[in-house]
Design a protein around this ligand. Sequence first.
Ligand code: NAD
Length: 284
Amino acid sequence: MKFFKLNNGFEMPMAGIGVFTFTPKEAQIAIENALKDGVRLIDTANAYQNEKATGRAIKNSCIDRKEIFLVTKLWPSVYESETAVDDTLKRLDTDYIDLLFLHQPTDNWKSGYRNIEKAVKEGKVRSIGLSNFDVLSNELYVEAINFAEIKPQIVQVEAHPYFPQSELKKILAETSMGLMAWYPLGHGDKSLIEEQIFTDLAKKYGKTNAQIILRWHIQSGNVVIPGSRNPKHIKENFDIFDFELTSEEMAEIAKINKNVRYYNGTPEMIASYKQWAPDFDAQE
Ligand code: NAD
């Protein structure tokens, strides 16, 4: 396992599992499987409505909480709530969150940011992340950094070989922030996974196409959280640390960049996210 050193000194595993679109039961099973395979990075969110199940999987594993790097995200409907972090901790059944994101850049993000900063001061949150600000503009990250009393550590954005986030990466390098890639496998898009270059490299290294893509992320400096309910894939997605792509191969992969996202959020869509609230009470 490789670790990414955050700009506040904490280290996070570079490969984990994400549970977007998983029912609570699916999330619990997938996380329990992942933890058995050695995965120690878990990515959930208020909006995924599976935080309680995530907490249960961690408890059931009997793994020391300190060994697990737990990531979740506040949803805009709770940015202005002073109890948002405490409520999240309660659902996760833990006393701290390793990394807490603002999930979406709705216009009330500054309230959410101050609430997270307060939680950092109280020892309830260790690191701060900003997700999807790039959908509006990369410069919004600079605005957030200038607004912050406690600087953010990392962004979580769509990134994969078709959309490597080359422009954003320049800003991140200047501000010592990391990149956590969502849709690291293009949300399972076969046209990406089955690109000839990945098939060729998979053959060369005795790996699968998905492993080649995930390895490309790691060597690009990206933290990855591929989603899978399939135990074989969960194990495979973590088994990417025993080979290395050459610089020529990394350059070949760079050629398939289309600079195209799968998710094309508009400012109106982002603004509307504040109107929807996760159903926390119904959560199993
Ligand atoms: P992904 O790119 O990880 O693709 C997952 C899909 O790829 C799976 O459903 C499966 O069909 C396929 N797959 C997984 N492993 C495979 C393997 N080894 N071989 C072949 N196919 C494989 O997309 P995702 O799961 O939607 O996203 C990953 C995580 O990113 C989410 O679970 C979530 O944690 C995070 N995310 C965050 C945001 C955000 O707004 N911050 C948005 C989307 C996703």
